[in-house]
Ligand binder design. Structure first.
Ligand SMILES: Cc1cc2nc3c(=O)[nH]c(=O)nc-3n(C[C@H](O)[C@H](O)[C@H](O)COP(=O)(O)OP(=O)(O)OC[C@H]3O[C@@H](n4cnc5c(N)ncnc54)[C@H](O)[C@@H]3O)c2cc1C
Length: 480
């Protein structure tokens, strides 16, 4: 007579942080082997999603942390959304970059996109540059595309401004390229690390995808976060909101979390999915000085201010994301602005008759302390300057969100500080988060990929197949 083999009890997996990295870890575990894992996500905020969260205000209107774009190489993000049955509602842009030029008051168009020819054309017609500077730009991009990851990381000690100066970039070229640092890294070129800048440019110019740079056709909470939470719960996982973790313990007897009331919850495995710069403070003092945690103490956030301006009528002609070359002398205040009403127009229940302008102010350390009315007045003045539809029209309502302690600045030294493996070196403690992974600059894709990598390690412990980790599709001449 045969007996069924005794089934291993499910592994208890605690996940601290319900941002994209934490939710990705949980979803990837439960996609493959729900019976093998008892998954619990502990999220401090009253909603999941972290930096990708959106919520409703007192009047039921959606608010987001700020404009999010999906780039063509976001294969792991797209695959996860499809796997849980909610393909991303992406609205493809034309791939171009529209730059509100503070010095001239005009909007410059940088041609870019899926077609390599279009992007090359963009380099050849880059606004504000002489033919000689355009040639210099093309050669510089060529050099960046021939850098592999290690070569890009050799510049980790330099700022974007120092890197461009060392490359002999003219002041005009350095000014134009430096705007990528503000919009992508949330830092000014003299503060932003060169390596993230290089990683972003080589992936942007050197890879292809099924879609062009895209924005989301719904608030991120609706498009991505709520479906992930629903999926995790439907597969037996728990997502606990408003449950801050006061401390993480990782001793020989396994990991545990400490709650603010002093109670201790042990797990078989614990995934720290909080921002890297916030992790050391959660650990016992003895661990903080050990690698990889000691280096994380050197990471610092960069503050962001997001204004949402509600208009009763349409003030923007399209849904493009407009960025700016925000320099301190010429303004404008904002780094990016887009009409979310345009992006969300096909999402059920969100058909706002006017515009909903989301105005993102990166590297906001110098303005975050201004009063709400002052920020709104400055943003409105900027919008009037660049967008004819905004002239003489006041927003009916405005909200101001100050994001501090959240978005990590990729300053010089960032890439030598962040760990490249999900293992923490402590038994049963794993690391997930946008800072732990990615051949490219961090962001949503890195967060999803980091969760997938942690899940793969835990799946392997149970002899389960791993999820394929998808890489950017580099063009043949790019050193991948
Ligand atoms: C305004 C803005 C615009 C952005 N634009 C883009 C973009 O265009 N494209 C792109 O790819 N990326 C963009 N990003 C970055 C992207 O949102 C992040 O890279 C990604 O969401 C990070 O996910 P994460 O899970 O690693 O971290 P987080 O989202 O920071 O999640 C960490 C979670 O941990 C929770 N937590 C922290 N401490 C504790 C604790 N003690 N106990 C319990 N929970 C805790 C936090 O509340 C949070 O929910 C943007 C970010 C911001 C803020």
């Amino acid at each position: 007579m045969s007996h069924p083999s005794p089934r291993n009890p499910p592994l208890r997996v605690g996940i601290v942080g319900g941002g994209l990295a934490g939710l990705s870890t949980a979803a990837h575990l439960l996609l493959t082997a729900p019976g093998d894992f008892d998954v619990e996500v502990l999220e401090a905020a009253p909603f999941a999603g972290g930096q990708c969260a959106s919520w409703r205000d007192a009047r039921g209107r959606p608010l987001e942390t700020g404009i999010h774009l999906a780039f063509p190489w976001y294969h792991n993000l797209a695959a996860l959304a499809s796997a849980i049955g909610h393909p991303l509602p992406l609205r493809e842009t034309d791939g171009n970059y529209y730059v509100c030029n503070g010095a001239t008051g005009r909007i410059d168009t940088l041609l870019a996109g899926k077609s390599v020819l279009k992007t090359l054309g963009g380099l050849a017609t880059f606004p504000g540059l002489t033919p000689g500077e355009r040639w210099q730009l093309a050669r510089l991009i060529g050099r960046i595309l021939r850098m592999d990851d290690a070569a890009a990381e050799a510049h980790d000690g330099a700022t974007v401004a120092e890197f461009l100066a060392a490359q002999g970039a003219s002041p005009a070229l350095a000014r134009q390229l430096g705007l990528a640092a503000v919009t992508i890294q949330g830092l000014r070129p003299e503060e932003a690390g060169a390596t993230s800048f290089l990683k972003f440019l080589r992936t942007m110019y050197g890879s292809t995808g099924r879609f062009d740079t895209a924005f989301f056709g719904a608030p991120l909470g609706d498009a991505l976060v709520a479906p992930l939470v629903a999926f995790i719960r439907a597969r037996g996982g728990r997502v606990q909101l408003g449950q801050p973790v006061a401390g993480i313990e990782a001793g020989a007897d396994g990991p545990a979390v400490r709650r603010p009331d002093g109670t201790r919850r042990p797990f078989d495995h614990l995934v720290a999915a909080v921002p890297g710069h916030a992790l050391p403070a959660l650990l016992p003092a003895a661990c903080r000085d050990q690698p990889p945690f000691a280096a994380l103490g050197g990471l610092r956030e960069t503050p962001i201010v997001t204004l949402t301006l509600w208009y009763d009528r349409k003030v923007f002609a399209d849904g493009n994301v407009y960025i700016s070359n925000r320099d301190r002398r010429h303004g404008p205040l904002f780094d990016a602005v887009a009409d979310k009403a345009d992006h969300w127009r096909d999402w059920p229940g969100l058909n706002h008759p006017g515009s909903i302008l989301q105005v993102l102010v990166d590297a906001a350390d110098d303005v975050a302390g201004l009063a709400d009315e002052v920020l709104v007045a400055r943003a409105v003045a900027d919008l009037e300057r660049f967008f004819p539809g905004c002239r003489g029209v006041r927003p009916a309502d405005a909200t101001v969100l100050r994001l501090t302690g959240t978005y990590c600045g990729t300053r010089p030294g960032y890439w030598s500080r962040v760990p490249r493996t999900p293992g923490s070196g402590l038994p049963g403690l794993w690391l997930a988060g946008d800072y732990t992974t990615g051949p490219y600059h961090y962001g949503m894709e890195s967060a999803v990929r980091s969760g997938k990598e942690v899940a793969n390690r835990l799946l392997a412990l149970r002899g389960r197949p791993e999820h394929p980790v998808l890489r950017p599709r580099y063009l043949p001449f790019v050193r991948a």
